[in-house]
Design a protein around this ligand. Structure first.
Ligand SMILES: Cc1ncc(COP(=O)(O)O)c(C=O)c1O
Length: 329
């Protein structure tokens, strides 16, 4: 898309909003094309992500609590300052560019392929891959994967129209988008076979698997497709088939990594995470500790309570005991 810009547009500079890979892509392209780039990212963007964008010579503006707020700001700036807006997913050229991922997969195939699992945010990556792959290998299933708390595409496909999420989980920040694209949605309606939703714990379990098998550390959005592929293969009892899961990013933030190391066993179900509060009464923690066998205890703070804590491990008989404990807190 940026290669098509006129000299005048390049001279004026470009702007984009992104919580993920697009920011680095635009910054790198701008550096190569010798134009100035402004990248608007949500304030929640991990520092390592926006710093790597800055290193590529772009100006980073942290604005808004979500991708959608960052996008509104970027669109306002592009009108006021004459910058060209480079859409992160909702533009035919961006979708076509993403389609080259599908082309690479097809070119490297050495036998039948059952399915390709693709992480979904606004839908650019999956729309491009699906549009290409369904033309050349229509038998290959294209399965999108979304976090269960950022499921705009799954809901939109279910309702047959784009659905705007009111709340969105930010753990997989690269795909935390409240509404999918106008361009990407019809392509997904035509070419995507289904969407798998995965929990935060399952994503963490896949990050752990990838690390243990390949010594690569994926960011949550980057591990999404792997988690979806695992859930799908388990659900359908798939054996001996070839599937591809796109691991799309490795911008892991060190603080997130700490959380990730604690949750994989929850994804595999031997442990449970139970956030709870303790009232300001003497003996309340003792009472709680008698209820569960606490192995890890993390105090956090909430102004309403003297202490609050996160029990990251409880070794009661899963899952019945888990629900019993849940009803007590
Ligand atoms: C890590 C990562 N994975 C996947 C995607 C795909 O997102 P989309 O569906 O918006 O094309 C992104 C988008 O920025 C991303 O950052």
């Amino acid at each position: 898309m940026m290669a098509k810009l006129s000299q005048e547009q390049l001279n004026n500079g470009v702007i984009c909003s992104s919580a993920g890979n697009h920011a680095q892509g635009v910054a790198l392209s701008a550096q190569r094309l010798g134009c100035h780039a402004v990248i608007v990212m949500p304030v929640t963007t991990p520092e390592n992500k926006w710093r790597s964008v800055e290193k590529l010579g772009a100006t980073v503006v942290l604005k808004g609590d979500s991708y959608d707020e960052a996008q509104s700001y970027a669109k306002l700036c592009c009108e006021e300052e004459g910058l060209t807006f480079i859409a992160p997913f909702d533009h035919p050229d961006i979708i076509a560019g993403q389609g080259t991922v599908g082309m690479e997969i097809v070119r490297q195939l050495q036998g039948p392929l059952h399915a390709i699992f693709v992480p979904v945010g606004g839908g650019g990556l999956i729309a491009g891959i699906a549009a290409y792959v369904k033309r050349v290998c229509p038998e290959v299933k294209i399965i999108g994967v979304e976090p269960s708390d950022a499921n705009a595409m799954a809901l939109s496909l279910f309702h047959g129209q784009r659905v705007m999420l009111e709340h969105i989980g930010g753990f997989a920040d690269g795909v935390a988008v409240k509404v999918v694209g106008k361009e990407t949605f019809p392509l997904c309606q035509d070419f995507v076979d289904g969407i798998v939703l995965v929990s935060q714990d399952a994503i963490c379990a896949s990050i752990k698997d990838m690390f243990e098998e390949n010594r690569n550390i994926l960011e949550p959005s980057g591990a999404l497709a792997l988690a979806g592929a695992e859930a799908y293969c388990k659900y359908y009892g798939l054996k001996g088939e070839t599937v591809v899961a796109i691991s799309s990013g490795a911008n892991m933030n060190f603080d997130t990594l700490r959380l990730v190391t604690e949750l994989p066993d929850v994804g595999r179900k031997p442990e449970a995470v139970l956030p709870t509060f303790s009232p300001k009464e003497q003996g309340s923690f003792k009472e709680f500790a008698e209820l569960v066998c606490i192995m890890i205890f993390q105090p956090t703070h909430d102004s309403r309570y003297s202490i609050s804590f996160l029990v990251t491990s409880c070794c009661a008989g899963w899952p019945d005991e888990y629900y019993r404990i849940q009803t007590h807190i």
